[in-house]
Design a protein around this ligand. Sequence first.
Ligand code: NJP
Length: 231
Amino acid sequence: TDKVAIVTGASRGIGRAIALLLAMQGAKVVCVARTAEELEEVALKTAGLAITADVSDEADAQHIVAETIRNFGRIDILICNAGVGSFSLLEHFTLEEWDQMFAVNVRGTFLLCKAVLPYLKAQHDGHIVGIASDVSKRTFQHGAAYGASKYAQDAVLSSLRKEVRSFGIKVTTIYPGLVDTYFNDSKPGNPDTEKTHLKPADIAQAVRYVLEAPAHVVVDELMIHPLTQEY
Ligand code: NJP
């Protein structure tokens, strides 16, 4: 493939694994995150473009898309992966934490989708893949803020799917269970999570599967859990 793909949250965890796999398959990858240093390492490995940006900022979202077009002339794939989460009883959440989860998980998805759409529509082609969560579809204690943001992100993506189908644009939402990443201040690779969590590469393989569907097929939704996870 010689496709051009924007991957948000590409510096670590799931986004990094997606960026590496897409690059291995020959895609030109635009790697986005807020922290330049980690991002440069991934951009080097993917021989792609690193853009330090905050997906929750409208000017940054437009900049990501403009730079992609300036460098590669088109956009085929947008992976809305950047996300944050923290967990506590509702009464202990601060307004700041609430707003931050909605800013990155919901506004970020909205802004990036909005910014790429004119290009995908003009091409009459393109694929948006959102990394949502299994908790986009169920509630749990300590998850009021994160869960609400992931329900909202899911609604953004599934509304969009219905709006763009007639333009030849696919929208896929992936709902992972536990994945061994840096999410919520965790550290991947410790022996405890070996059996209980998916690996970022497992999600990257799911992304590959949905992207490789024949032209007439769209995978709307894909839920993926570790076999051991109770939910
Ligand atoms: O998390 P992590 P994951 N603008 O922390 C970037 C969902 N998910 O890979 O900006 C731009 O290792 C951040 O870079 P930096 C989850 O909700 C996960 O697990 O420098 N980029 C880093 O590259 C999320 O949507 C699990 O801090 C921003 C990346 O995002 C997605 O999977 C379960 C940004 C985060 O890497 C990837 O999370 C589930 C911003 N404003 C869903 N804010 C799980 N891990 O168990 C953050 O159901 N980033």
